[in-house]
Design a protein around this ligand. Structure first.
Ligand SMILES: [Zn+2]
Ligand SMILES: [Zn+2]
Ligand SMILES: [Zn+2]
Length: 121
């Protein structure tokens, strides 16, 4: 699978192979230790949304702003600008790491684990 990283977090390769602490660091303080490559591409299993709208919002009759597709199971959830943020909730519930925007004209993807934007081809 071809991957294009939307923006490079590091200009030099020096930080590329730093170990990432599994836990125990304060959020927001050690951003420079995040990897600049996603190691979760083997969890990209599908590009087919399994529903036309946010599954949870449709079920409850709610509305959303934008849609995100889970690339592991095809779950469709609403974005963080939406009231319920079901895409992010799906990540926390399932640990499926990678979503892709379902908005027309947008083809970016996002890895929640690495906090990395990229394009999957
Ligand atoms: Zn990743
Ligand atoms: Zn939703
Ligand atoms: Zn999923």
């Amino acid at each position: 699978m071809a991957v294009t990283y939307a923006s490079s977090r590091h200009c030099s390769g020096a930080a590329r192979h730093k170990a990432v602490p599994a836990s125990g660091f304060a959020a927001g303080q050690q951003e420079d230790l995040l990897p600049d490559r996603c190691s979760h591409l083997d969890l990209v299993k599908t590009d087919q949304p399994r529903s036309a709208g946010c599954e949870e919002c449709v079920a409850t009759g709610d509305t959303w702003a934008h849609l995100r597709l889970c690339r592991t199971c095809g779950h469709v959830g609403c974005c963080d600008d939406s009231k319920h943020r079901h895409a992010t909730k799906h990540y926390h519930a399932t640990r499926h790491p990678i979503i892709t925007s379902l908005e027309p004209g947008e083809d970016w993807s996002w890895c929640y684990v690495d906090e990395l934007a990229m394009e999957l081809a």
